[in-house]
Design a protein around this ligand. Structure first.
Ligand code: NAD
Ligand code: IPM
Ligand code: MN
Length: 378
């Protein structure tokens, strides 16, 4: 019996999570697995009504559960950053989910925007660091000299040579944001990437950085990558600058096996990677703490432009559910769900709007549920 915390969130969040839960419910019933859902109301509505984001009491409660199944957050009525930082990032940091695992797989039956590329060409993992870099939330904005104190604190903390003109005119506003990379934080995620390559029998790990410009943080990242890679002599390694990797993802996606990346570059390159696997509607991810509570979600956001119309594609969320079961050790049920999704995609009778069809969110979910019974896995 698993206890799963459910956070549907905003926009299309509730409609896609409804389908994800429906599919997991049907698959677990079929295989005699017990799942207990504990739903939480956090998101824009709740915030606007109560001022509450993701309270510590809920985090404590979730600590004793097996995983979190998350829809999406973000709402045009709320200033950017409040819900994202207060709910999603808060959970990732609180549970120290230091790996953001994003499989990039072109399923059969899904149209690929790249000419001449087939499912066997697009099949790799992005391992995104998930707790450091520019996501640590240290920064500030100021206009006047009164804020010199802030800069002094910053200098002491980071021993950085911050060059600013102290004789600011009031209208000369300054903003800064600090990116931080730590040796242990980098080691653990890179080690995870190599262990994943070993487990999946993939023979190449690619590291992404910008060590040619942001020499401090990504210099350390690259150094740690080289150190860790020495412990895996059977695996080929390389470091690629982030600007170049966006080009290679398009030009030769078949080259990539496991890609390990700092947090912010990982955010950006996985939206690009999602497109080469058919679009955001199909791209799933897991925020993983191998020893703790992990959280599974589609990599897309709350898509306010299509919310409430019952036209969003629930497949990314359903595949995130499959990843969740896989991580919990329910490997067989996870594969059954993935295969049922693939059957629906290949058949193409039921197709969501982003794939050029006219099936509703609910119809896609229902069809995947029907297909579960046709999947045979020993
Ligand atoms: P988005 O991912 O929500 O949407 C980008 C585009 O993709 C939109 O045109 C949308 O309609 C489409 N799209 C996304 N998911 C889809 C699906 N399942 N089916 C069909 N089409 C889909 O990104 P955005 O517009 O930049 O951000 C909207 C809000 O979501 C913002 O508030 C942002 O901060 C938030 N956000 C949240 C998460 C998260 O919760 N994990 C991730 C990204 C963005
Ligand atoms: C993602 C999202 C989040 C991120 C935002 C909403 C905080 O874009 O999961 O990719 O930047 O990690
Ligand atoms: Mn993103």
């Amino acid at each position: 019996m698993y206890n799963i915390a459910l956070i549907p969130g905003d926009g299309i969040g509730p409609e896609i999570i409804r389908e994800g839960k429906k599919v997991i419910k049907a698959a677990s019933f079929q295989y005699g697995l017990g799942v207990n859902w504990i739903e939480f109301p956090f998101g824009a509505e709740h915030y606007l009504r109560t001022g509450e984001l993701l309270p510590d009491s809920a985090l404590k409660e979730i600590e004793d559960m097996d995983a979190i199944y998350f829809g999406a957050i973000g709402d045009p009525r709320v200033k950017p950053g409040i819900l994202e930082k207060g709910i999603l990032l808060k959970a990732r940091f609180y549970f120290d989910q230091y790996v953001n695992l994003r499989p990039i797989r072109l399923y059969k039956g899904v149209p690929c925007p790249l000419k001449g590329k087939n499912p066997e060409d697009i099949n790799f993992y992005v391992v995104r660091e998930n707790t450091e870099d520019f996501y640590i939330g240290i920064g500030g904005r100021f206009k006047t000299r009164a804020n010199q104190d802030h800069l002094e604190v910053l200098r002491k903390l980071y021993k950085a040579k911050i060059q600013v003109d102290f004789n600011l005119e009031p209208e000369e506003e300054i903003a800064y944001q600090i990116g931080l990379v730590s040796r242990p934080g980098t080691q653990r995620v890179i080690k995870y990437a190599f262990e994943l390559a070993k487990k999946k029998n993939m023979k190449r790990v690619t590291s992404v950085d910008k060590a040619n410009v942001l020499t401090n943080i990504y210099g350390l990242w690259r150094e740690v990558f080289e150190e860790v890679s020495n412990k895996y002599p059977g695996i080929e390694t390389e470091s690629i600058f982030v600007d170049a990797i966006t080009m290679y993802f398009i030009q030769k996606p078949e080259w990539f096996k496991v890609v390990v990346t700092p947090n912010m570059f990982g955010d950006i390159i996985t939206d690009l990677a999602a497109m080469i696997q058919g679009g955001l509607g199909i791209a799933a991810g897991g925020n993983i703490n191998p020893e703790g509570v992990s959280m599974f979600e589609p990599i897309h956001g709350s898509a306010p432009d299509i919310a409430g119309k019952n036209i969003s594609n629930p497949v990314a969320t359903i595949l995130a559910g499959s990843m969740m079961l896989d991580c919990l050790g329910e490997v067989k049920i996870a594969r059954v769900i993935e295969n049922a999704v693939e059957k629906v995609l290949i058949e193409g009778k039921v197709r969501s709007h982003d794939f050029g069809g006219n099936s509703s969110t609910i119809e896609v979910g229902d069809e995947i549920v029907r297909k579960l019974k046709e999947v045979n896995i020993k």
